[in-house]
Design a protein around this ligand. Structure first.
Ligand code: NAP
Length: 293
């Protein structure tokens, strides 16, 4: 069994990005700049945004953090996005989700300029992904694709089962694995809460990608020998064994499943760190006008 070490791979990619930024700086080019907008004081969102801003600083990007109160009017948030859209120094923008109930996430996402939508959530970027046109791809599935590439995992003709059909993970993941070329050319089954006999579908998977948010759902008997297992899930549970009193669990029962696998991601340290470097990569692409010139 080989551990898919997202922590190690992501730190290699960060070094590659930092080297590119150093080159840009040397030649007097435009330094990539990410703006992050956070609404309210949700603890998890604060942590995610702080990690993203810190990652920008580490690779030498510029970053702007815009904080808005939880009771901000939708119009004020949309105006903030318009300002960022019009600011030529800012290459990419993310709005941390979820937003308070009185604000329409759809409206907010659609307001972001497609060229600056480095989260890849705008319908135009999603649509372009579906028809094989260059686009910003949602960070988590993009990070998984990068991990598969870096470990040279064979995907052509394989049966890939994706558990979970969210817009930001499961659905784009299924599309990426079914795309022509490498990584891709897989035969994909996309499962959700209404799927019948999920266990036998999982057992038929050469590559099993799990993004449900159901701690330790996938057990040893659901995985065939030699499978590649990628665990996206993160659930925080109480623990007496850690200093903080909390630990993170994936959607896969690691101890049971790992001995059967050819490759498996740990939680934490697998998919999570790859998500942030994908965002950095998208911001670098936005700055270099690689996708939309
Ligand atoms: P989500 O929007 O809540 O979607 C969950 C999906 O799982 C839904 O499609 C749901 O089916 C399906 N599902 C739930 N219970 C199921 C069951 N018992 N059997 C079959 N399908 C079931 O979740 P998400 O945003 O994709 O996130 C999934 C997990 O990944 C979460 O733990 C999240 O924290 C984690 N995550 C991690 C990263 C990272 O960087 N590591 C990034 C994003 C998300 P229905 O559609 O039928 O309801």
């Amino acid at each position: 069994m080989i551990l898919l070490d997202g922590k190690k791979v992501s730190s290699e990619i960060r070094e590659e990005i930092a080297a590119k930024v150093a080159e840009i700086r040397k030649s007097g080019g435009k330094i990539p700049h990410l703006a992050a907008v956070i609404v309210g004081n949700d603890g998890a969102s604060e942590t995610y945004v702080a990690h993203k801003v810190k990652a920008c600083k580490q690779v030498g990007f510029g970053s702007t953090l815009v904080r808005l109160e939880a009771d901000v009017k939708e119009k004020e948030l949309l105006d903030t996005i318009d300002d960022i859209n019009g600011n030529d120094d800012i290459d990419g923008v993310i709005v941390q989700l979820p937003l308070p109930d009185h604000i329409s996430e759809e409206k907010v996402i659609e307001r972001i300029k497609v060229e600056k939508d480095v989260d890849g959530f705008h319908p135009v970027n999603v649509g372009r992904l579906f028809i094989d046109q260059p686009s910003y791809v949602s960070a988590t599935p993009n990070g998984i694709i990068e991990l598969i590439k870096r470990y040279n995992i064979e995907t052509s003709g394989k049966h890939c089962v994706v558990l979970g059909r969210s817009n930001i993970v499961g659905k784009p993941m299924a599309v990426l694995m079914a795309r022509k070329g490498y990584p891709g050319d897989a035969t994909v089954t996309l499962c959700h809460s209404r799927t019948k006999d999920i266990e036998s579908l999982c057992r038929s998977a050469d590559i099993l990608i799990v993004a449900m948010g159901r701690a330790e759902f996938v057990t040893g008997k659901m995985v065939k020998d030699g499978a590649v297992v990628i665990d996206v899930g993160i659930t925080r549970v109480k623990s007496k064994k850690t200093k903080s009193g909390w630990k993170l669990l994936g959607d896969v029962k690691f101890d049971e499943v790992a001995p059967k696998c050819s490759y498996i991601t740990p939680v934490p340290g697998g998919v999570g760190p790859m998500t942030i470097v994908s965002l950095l990569n998208n911001t670098l692409k936005a700055s270099g006008k690689e996708i939309y010139s």
